[in-house]
Design a protein around this ligand. Structure first.
Ligand SMILES: Nc1ncnc2c1ncn2[C@@H]1O[C@H](COP(=O)(O)OP(=O)(O)OP(=O)(O)O)[C@@H](O)[C@H]1O
Ligand SMILES: [Mg+2]
Length: 241
């Protein structure tokens, strides 16, 4: 079963007398385990598309089915449940709480859950270790580098064990070496089975993906696999050998 199915999704804003057609009939399927890059010019609708994929926004027309559930007409509460159940978000500007420590930021998605705090803390520490920041748990965002802040954000995105990670320009605020670290981390998560969708302007970042979807003027104008299955199998063989 596809993880995400967009069927002729349209998004229109009406601002006074002006009608803005931001998405103009996007049909797209994301399969479990994919690593997809969404590219396209500024203003083409990439963030709008990601917001719909992430249940932060709903289509004006068309349908969106996430993990087999039609979310098109869900209430805000239902949408937020879908988000916390299935999706981890990573943003360009990290979106960490400035007065909270790295550990507290990672714990954030579980604040409203009934689960015991020590269990959650243990998992948060494990995730901080996974992103290489176990020794920074008590640091606040202002005491961390950009790359470290983004790694905290990724740990936070993983807290609820999402099947889908949506990253909108995750390396946009980082230098190229740090960007590589972040993309390697996302690749590792993908190799372990998490589906990853990343919006990027950067061809190097897109190079980590196996599928590239190009958006222009609110429509998908190109959708291609970058690595053939045989190449991929060979690559895996090489790693295992
Ligand atoms: N809430 C809104 N109301 C009206 N128009 C909006 C709204 N949100 C987005 N738009 C318009 O939708 C278009 C696409 O915006 P979007 O943020 O999806 O672009 P993008 O492809 O992510 O661009 P960038 O690469 O610059 O981030 C823009 O023209 C923008 O002005
Ligand atoms: Mg954008």
């Amino acid at each position: 079963m596809s993880l995400c199915v967009l069927e002729d999704v349209r998004k229109t804003y009406i601002l006074g007398d002006v009608r803005v057609d931001v998405l103009r009939g996007v049909s797209l399927q994301i399969e479990p385990g994919e690593f997809t890059a969404i590219m396209g010019p500024s203003g083409s609708g990439k963030t709008t598309l990601m917001n719909i994929l992430g249940c932060l926004d709903v289509p004006t027309q068309g349908r969106y089915i996430l993990a087999g559930k039609d979310v098109t007409h869900m209430s805000d509460d239902e949408l937020s449940r879908m988000r916390s159940e299935h999706i981890g978000f990573v943003f360009q500007s990290f979106h960490l709480l400035p007065y909270a420590t790295a550990l507290e930021n990672v714990l954030l998605p579980t604040l409203y859950l009934e689960r015991r705090l020590d269990g959650r803390k243990k998992r948060a520490m494990e995730l901080l270790a996974l992103v290489g920041l176990e020794d920074r748990a008590g640091f606040k965002p202002s005491q961390l580098s950009g790359g470290q802040q983004q790694r905290v954000a990724i740990a936070r995105a993983l807290m609820n064990a999402p099947r889908l990670i949506l990253a909108d320009e995750p390396t946009g605020a980082l230098d190229s070496a740090t960007a590589k670290d972040i993309m390697t981390l996302l690749s590792d998560l993908n190799a372990q089975g998490t589906t990853v969708v990343v919006v990027t302007h950067d061809p190097e970042v897109a190079g980590y993906a196996r599928r590239i979807v190009r958006v222009r003027d609110g429509m998908v104008v190109e959708d291609r696999q970058t690595v053939s299955e045989t190449t991929e199998r060979r690559a895996h063989g090489a790693v295992l050998a």
